[in-house]
Structures are given as C-alpha cells and as structure tokens.
Design a protein around this ligand. Structure first.
Ligand code: NAD
Length: 330
C-alpha cells in the first residue's frame, strides 16, 4: 500500500524501515502532524499512518474522505484523537496497535514514582557539581504503602504486579474488575475509597467523555494530603489548572506526568531555543515536587519493534481484505 506516515521522527523511520523490507509497503514520511491543515499532503495515498498528537477531528476526516483515504492506522494504543463516528460515516477504517508492550509504560510509571520519591534526578545533578549533601533528599519507603490504580487493563495490570512486588498494598478502581488481579491480592474499591486511601495514585484508564478531567478540584479535595499522582495515560485525565492549585495548597504532594493536556504543541520537539508560551507547563515546571517526561512511556526497543510490526501488519491485512483484528469500531 502507498501510505503517508505523519508526525515521523528518525526512530519511527528506523523501526518501520527495518520491518518493511519484508512487508514491502510504499511508505512516505512526513514530519508534519496530520490535521485539517495538512490533510492534503495525503493526496495520492491509499492510507495514512498517525501518532498520538495528530488531530483527526471531523474536519480532517472530511478532507481525508474527499481525497479518497480509506485507512487511518495509529502507531499507538489510545485513539482519543480520532473522531471515530465521523470516520465510520465516511467508511474510513481505523486501525491501531492495541498492545505493544504494557510493561514499557508500567515500568515508566514506576520510574516516575522512584525518581520523585528518592530524588535521584536531583542527586545526579548535585554530585556532578561535587555537592554530596543529603539535605532535602529524604524519600519514603514504598513497602507497605497503599497504591491506588485507576484502570486495570493491560498497562494497569502490569503496574499492579510491579507494585505488589515492592510489598505495597494495591487497591484499584475500574469499570470492569479483573478476577485475576483480585486473586493476586489487588482489592477493588469505589473511586472515592481509592482517592481517600492511596498514598500513590497511578492513572491507566483511557481518555474519554467519562474520564476527561477525572482529576479536578473535587477529586483533589478527596485525596490524602500529600499523596503522589502519576499520569502515564493521557494528559486530559487531569485538569492542569486544578493540579496547580492542589500543588500550591500542598494537598497534592507530588505529581509525575508523562502526558500533558496541551502536549501537542510541545512534546516530541526540541524547543530549547524557543520561548515557551504555555504558562501552565511553565508553572508546573517551577514546582520542586513535579516531574515531567515528554510522553516516553512507550519508548523502549521492545515496544518500538512491536509497534512497527503491528502497524505494517495492519496495512497488509487491510490491503488483502483480511479480518481486521486491530480495528477500532464505533
Ligand atoms: P486497556 O484498554 O487494556 O485498559 C484500560 C482500562 O481502563 C480497562 O480495564 C477499562 O475497563 C478501564 N476503564 C475504562 N473506563 C474507565 C473509567 N471510566 N474508570 C476506570 N477505569 C476505566 O488499555 P491499556 O493498554 O492498559 O492503556 C491504557 C492507557 O494508557 C491508554 O488508553 C493510553 O491512553 C495510555 N498509553 C500511554 C502510553 C505512553 O507512552 N505514555 C503508551 C500506551 C498507552
């Protein structure tokens, strides 16, 4: 198939090219993101391949439909950036990579917890300047702390197993409870019970109409004072301005985020020589107890291999009229 691959970086090309030697699709790479303004770049292609911050709203879908695009293939699991209803009306198929390495993201969530807690990022910088002082590096034991997990699907389950291994008490909230996790010792609770009892809360549910701004002022008022919140799922699960207030009044003790609601204008770009105009992220970065990573939870060799393999298989299945096991349906 002739595919326009949007939002590409060197690593996307490297992993897709490696496996495309066998798949033999015609891949043309664009650095630009796909949105209504760039949709015409896909003229002459059969399908488009996109990533997390491409904006496939109704306007983009209408443009893609007009130029004859029949396939949108996501190189990721989440599909909150695609208007599925509009695509379905235009008979455009949406495919994704539902599971490439849940462990990659779960382990990154743990990296955020350990870094925020034990302050290894601060110690690293200090020691490089011959400052061997321990002042303000105090952490806390994870052993026997209560960890609340919101969303216990593939990534949430992998995260639960790791935290059980640390000797934590793991409680969870999900609209669909897992018997397997209960058998391992995870206790399901109501959302309020989870908020009230957790020392650390980690978000692993999808972003949708029910979960948008799940963490707002009301939710922050229910958490244990000084608790840690980790978000490796999608930025808009947290209302950033409310998180800033919760940090200012010290209700929220630590915040670790790999995703950010307004990340599309920032993440995956080197802006070190630019003036950042986003005051919310600047305010977040000013807190000593906030750690931000640029949506790198998925970024391991194993995950990148699997993303490339599944993405190419999705093209091949579509081209050959095979059942589309990774289709996102309305
Ligand atoms: P999954 O579908 O396997 O699991 C999601 C879980 O959330 C399910 O158990 C589901 O029942 C639950 N859920 C749905 N609505 C809920 C609600 N209102 N409240 C509580 N739980 C709810 O998905 P996954 O593969 O585990 O991925 C989870 C999320 O992680 C994705 O949606 C994506 O946004 C994010 N993600 C981030 C990265 C990254 O690099 N940071 C990479 C991959 C995925």
């Amino acid at each position: 198939m002739k595919i326009a691959v949007f939002s590409t970086k060197t690593y996307d090309r490297k992993y897709l090219d490696k496996f495309n030697i066998e798949s033999k699709h015609e891949l043309i790479y664009f650095e630009a993101p796909l949105n209504a303004d760039t949709a015409n770049l896909a003229i002459g292609f059969e399908g488009v391949c996109i990533f997390v911050n491409d904006k496939i709203d109704k306007k983009t879908i209408d443009k893609l439909s007009k130029i004859g695009i029949k396939l949108i293939d996501l190189r990721c699991a989440g599909f909150n950036n695609v208007d599925i209803e509009a695509a379905s009306k235009e008979n455009i198929k949406i495919l994704r990579v539902p599971a490439y390495s849940p462990h990659a993201v779960a382990e990154h969530a743990v990296a955020l917890i350990l870094t925020l807690n034990r302050k290894t990022h601060k110690a690293y910088n200090r020691v490089r300047e011959s400052n061997f002082s321990l002042e303000n590096l105090t952490g806390f034991n994870l052993y026997e702390k209560t960890v609340g997990v919101i969303g216990t699907g593939k990534i949430g389950a992998a995260f639960c197993h790791i935290m059980l291994g640390f000797g934590c008490k793991v409680i969870a909230y999900d609209v669909k409870e897992s018997e397997k996790l209960s058998a391992k010792g995870v206790e399901y609770k109501t959302l309020d019970e989870l908020l009230e009892n957790s020392d650390i809360i980690s978000l692993h549910c999808p972003l949708n109409l029910n979960t948008k701004h799940l963490f707002n002022t009301k939710a922050f008022s229910k958490i244990k004072k000084g608790a840690m919140l980790i978000n490796t799922s999608r930025g808009a699960l947290i209302k950033t301005s409310d998180a800033i207030e919760a940090l200012k009044n010290e209700q929220l003790g630590y915040l670790g985020i790999d995703v950010y609601e307004q990340e599309e204008n920032l993440f995956f770009k080197d802006l070190s020589e630019s003036v950042i105009k986003d005051d919310l992220i600047e305010r977040l970065m000013s807190f000593h107890n906030v750690l931000i990573t640029p949506h790198q939870g998925f970024f391991t060799n194993e995950a990148l291999n699997q993303i490339a393999l599944t993405t190419l298989k999705n093209f091949t299945d579509f081209e050959n009229g095979l059942p589309l096991e990774n289709e996102v349906k309305l």
